[in-house]
Write a protein that binds this ligand. Structure first.
Ligand SMILES: NC(=O)C1=CN([C@@H]2O[C@H](COP(=O)(O)OP(=O)(O)OC[C@H]3O[C@@H](n4cnc5c(N)ncnc54)[C@H](OP(=O)(O)O)[C@@H]3O)[C@@H](O)[C@H]2O)C=CC1
Ligand SMILES: N[C@@H](CC(=O)OP(=O)(O)O)C(=O)O
Length: 337
C-alpha cells in the first residue's frame, strides 16, 4: 500500500472519473490528498466516505507524497511535476507534456507493464485516441508485424475537458433556440457539426493530436518503422472516441483470425454482428473500461489489409482507467518487494 497519494487535477473531467475509479476499485493508501488550481482551493469533495478539502497545487505540495496521479493541462504538468520527482514521489501523468521525453516511460499496462516497473520519476499515460488504437494494434502486431495504419477518429467533446462538454451542451441548446454561442474550446461551432482539427498545426499539414498518434504508438510498441496516417475529427458526441482503422500487416490476417486475436486480448471486447445491427457505439461504451471492436472485415483494396471500427471511453481507458491500472501495478509490485 502507498503511504500518501496525491491526486492533482481532481476537479477536471479526467479527475472526476479518477476519483470514481479509485473508489470503485477500492484503491487503498494510508492518506489521500486532492489538489487543483487556486480556483478550487478550499472547496470540498467526498471520497471513500470521507470529506476532503481541495488544496492549491504549488511546488511545495509534495513533502511526504509517495505517489502522484496528475491530470492537468500540459503547462501545469511541465511546471510542477519535476518538484514532485525531486521530493521523491513516483508520478503518473495524464498530460501530453512528458510522454515523448526519452527518460519517461509511456505505458499501457496490457502492453508494456515492464516500462512502468523500471521507471524512475514520471510515468506518462498516452493520448486517448492513441491508447484505444494501440490496444487494438497490439494483438495483431504480435501475430504479424504492423507495417502501415490509416486511421480516422471521431472524437467526443469530453476529450477537451469539462469546458468541451459544456460547449457541446450549451452550443446545442443555443443552436436549437436559433441563438449564437460563444465557444470556449473549439475553433468552430461543434453543435450539429464536424471539425477536422484537434490540436494545433504541426508538420506536413497534420495536427498535434494526429502526430501524437504517430509518435506515441511507435514508442509504446517499441517499433519506429510503423507508418501511420491519422485524421482526427471532433464530432458532437459527449463521450467516447470512435475510430476507423485500416491495418496492413506483414502477412495477411483474416477477419476470423483477427476476431480471435482481439477476443483473447485483455481489455478488448468484440461486438461484431452486422446482420443483427450489432457493433460498438459511443452510447453503449460510455462508462466502460473496455476497448470495443466491431465491423471487422478484410480491406478490399489490399491483400494484407484489415479494417475495423473501434470505440472506447476516452475518459476511462483513454485516461483515468489507464492511470489507475498503472497505479495498481506499482502497488502490487511494491507489495511484492
Ligand atoms: N479528457 C480526455 O479525454 C483526456 C485528457 N487527457 C489529459 O488529461 C489532462 C486533464 O484533462 P481534463 O480532465 O480533460 O481537463 P479539465 O480541463 O477538465 O481539467 C483540468 C484540471 O486541471 C486543473 N488545473 C488547471 N490549472 C491548474 C493549475 N495551475 N494548478 C493546478 N491544477 C490546475 C483544473 O483545476 P481547476 O478546476 O481548479 O481549474 C482541473 O482539475 C490534460 O493534460 C489532458 O490533455 C488525457 C487523455 C484523455
Ligand atoms: N486531445 C484529446 C484529449 C487529450 O487531452 O489528449 P492529450 O492528453 O494528448 O492532450 C481530445 O481532445 O480528445
Amino acid at each position: 500500500m502507498f503511504d500518501t497519494v496525491a491526486i492533482i487535477g481532481a476537479t477536471g473531467a479526467v479527475g472526476h472519473i479518477m476519483r470514481k475509479l479509485l473508489e470503485d476499485r477500492n484503491f487503498q493508501a494510508k492518506q489521500f490528498r486532492f489538489l487543483a488550481s487556486a480556483r478550487s482551493a478550499g472547496k470540498t469533495l467526498e471520497f471513500q466516505g470521507k470529506t476532503y478539502t481541495l488544496e492549491e497545487l504549488t511546488k511545495d505540495s509534495f513533502a511526504g507524497v509517495e505517489l502522484v496521479i496528475a491530470s492537468t493541462p500540459d503547462d501545469v504538468a511541465a511546471e510542477f511535476l519535476p518538484s514532485a520527482v525531486e521530493a521523491g514521489a513516483i508520478v503518473i501523468d495524464e498530460s501530453g507534456y512528458w510522454r515523448m521525453k526519452p527518460e519517461v516511460a509511456l505505458v499501457i499496462p496490457e502492453i508494456n507493464p515492464e516500462a512502468a516497473l523500471e521507471a524512475k520519476g514520471i510515468i506518462a499515460s498516452p493520448n486517448c485516441s492513441t491508447t484505444q488504437m494501440v490496444m487494438a494494434l497490439k494483438p495483431l502486431h504480435d501475430a504479424s508485424p504492423v507495417k502501415r495504419v490509416i486511421v480516422s477518429t471521431y472524437q467526443a467533446t469530453s476529450g477537451a475537458g469539462v469546458a468541451g462538454t459544456s460547449d457541446l451542451l450549451e452550443g446545442s441548446k443555443a443552436y436549437l433556440e436559433g441563438k449564437e454561442h460563444d465557444y470556449q474550446v473549439f475553433p468552430h461551432p461543434i453543435a450539429f457539426n464536424a471539425i477536422p482539427q484537434i490540436g494545433s498545426e504541426k508538420e506536413d499539414g497534420y495536427t498535434s493530436e494526429e502526430m501524437k498518434m504517430v509518435y506515441e504508438t511507435r514508442k509504446i510498441l517499441g517499433d519506429e518503422t510503423i507508418q501511420i496516417n491519422p485524421t482526427c475529427v471532433r464530432i458532437p458526441v459527449a463521450n467516447c472516441h470512435s475510430e476507423t482503422i485500416t491495418v496492413e500487416t506483414e502477412r495477411p490476417i483474416s477477419p476470423e483470425e483477427a476476431r480471435e486475436l482481439f477476443e483473447n486480448f485483455p481489455g478488448i471486447t468484440v461486438v461484431d454482428d452486422l446482420k443483427n445491427l450489432s457493433y460498438p457505439l459511443p452510447s453503449s461504451s460510455d462508462g466502460s473500461d473496455e476497448v470495443y471492436i466491431g465491423r471487422i472485415r478484410r480491406d478490399i483494396s489490399h491483400p494484407n489489409g484489415l479494417s475495423f471500427w473501434c470505440v472506447s471511453d476516452n475518459l476511462r481507458k483513454g485516461a483515468a482507467t489507464n492511470a489507475v491500472q498503472i497505479a495498481e501495478l506499482l502497488a502490487k509490485h511494491k507489495a511484492c518487494t
